[in-house]
Design a protein around this ligand. Structure first.
Ligand code: FEO
Length: 385
């Protein structure tokens, strides 16, 4: 696949994978992207996952058509992109590897070699001239590991963006970008919003016609849309108006409270209400929605004098992904000693700029009239907040 006259796609699609990074379901598979720049000097950009070395090398050989590559540029050392460095160097031993100093340290630890005879160590603003194309390297530390460099080709105005602007889903599946890019972003890069902001500021100084990420489609139209999304996500701003109701339920009573909340919110004019069953729905999707909307209601039974395990997991996910700038309301269920609201509040109260409403609701077993009144008040308060 040609991206420009002399930049080619040589990546692979993975439909065998069950869990990306060992935890994310990817029903539409995953792509590991790799690119070749065919110039006076030839550069290959990144490798692919361990299971696809042969397919990737065949893709490369087809594009090379008998030529030999000069450089292997490693932007990111996570094994989904670096696992075939050794395979590549065995096939093309004269190649010079181009990567950051930290990437070479990781290479030694992961693969036992750091190619000290055959390498160029790059740092911020270093350039590599291939002939007509000159690549400028920019640090993208913590997007998503500390060694990451992105590369900008000033001739074709292409930003090779490493994990940035990536998406779940293989490239032979047609699906809209936003949803699976958002789930990918908040799962994988979401904790590092400040680092993404730093990268976006650098990108602002560049004229970009095409973004070539390491996962997901090559972006070459309407780039403002993707950059705007990344700006909202990485600054923890609210993307869409709406309320998310995330619940756990043992015998269906807390679920009834969640359904009541959904009905009341809609009756009172909230246009978008997202209901999430934390025991059954995808946790990464739940995290994505919590970041997408500005208001969140958590409803949990009291369990072992604490909260239900899936609610604990969800709150821990929010904390570890730097959840902030949001309004939260709490609903608990407890037949004899309800404590879930206290536990949830204590877990959430140190988050940055999170407003936990004083108005809570307590269900004593079933959603009776008293509980109904509290839910109604809570809905009024969260709408006002
Ligand atoms: Fe796609 Fe952070 O590796």
């Amino acid at each position: 696949m040609n991206i420009t006259n002399d930049i080619y796609y040589v990546g692979v699609n993975d439909h065998q994978i069950d869990l990306f990074e060992g935890q994310y379901i990817v029903p539409n598979g995953m792509s590991y992207n790799s690119y070749i720049i065919l110039d006076e000097k030839i550069a290959v950009m990144d490798t692919v996952d361990a299971n696809f070395g042969e397919e990737w090398l065949n893709n490369i050989k087809k594009v090379l058509n008998g030529k030999t590559p000069n450089y292997l540029i490693i932007q990111h050392m996570e094994p989904d992109h670096s696992a075939n460095i050794t395979t590549f160097m065995e096939a093309f031993p004269q190649t010079t590897i181009v990567a950051s100093a930290m990437a070479f340290q990781m290479m030694k630890k992961l693969y036992g070699k750091d190619y000290s005879e055959n390498r160029i160590i790059i740092k911020e603003n270093d350039t590599l001239c291939l002939g007509n194309h000159t690549l400028t390297f920019l640090s993208a530390a913590m997007v998503h590991w500390p060694e990451v460099m992105v590369s900008y080709d000033s001739k074709d105005k292409v930003l090779f963006s490493a994990d940035g602007f990536g998406k779940f889903g293989a490239l032979d599946i047609d699906e809209e970008w936003d949803c699976e890019a958002r789930r990918y972003y908040f799962g994988i890069v979401g904790k590092f919003g400040n680092n993404v902001q730093t990268l976006l500021k650098k990108a602002k100084n560049l004229e970009i016609n095409t973004i070539c990420p390491l996962h997901g489609p090559i972006l070459n139209e309407n780039l403002n849309h993707y950059i705007e999304k990344y700006d909202i996500w990485s600054s923890y701003n609210i993307e869409s108006e709406g309320v998310m109701v995330a619940y756990t339920s043992v015998y269906g009573n807390t679920k009834k409270a969640a359904l009541t909340l959904q009905r009341l919110l809609i009756e009172k004019g909230v246009k978008k209400v997202v209901l999430c069953d934390l025991q059954r729905d995808d946790m990464a999707e739940a995290v994505e929605d919590a970041f997408r909307y500005g208001k969140l209601i958590l409803a949990s039974p009291t369990y072992n004098s604490s909260i239900f395990p899936h609610m604990r997991e969800f709150i821990n996910e929010l904390i570890s992904h730097n959840y902030q700038n949001r309004t939260i309301a709490l609903v608990e269920n407890g037949l004899w000693a309800p404590t879930a609201n206290k536990v949830m509040r204590s877990m959430l109260e140190n988050l940055t700029n999170v407003n936990i409403l004083d108005q809570t609701a307590t269900i004593n077993g079933s959603v009776d009239e008293t509980a109904g009144e509290q839910l109604n008040k809570l809905v009024e308060e969260i709408i006002k907040a």
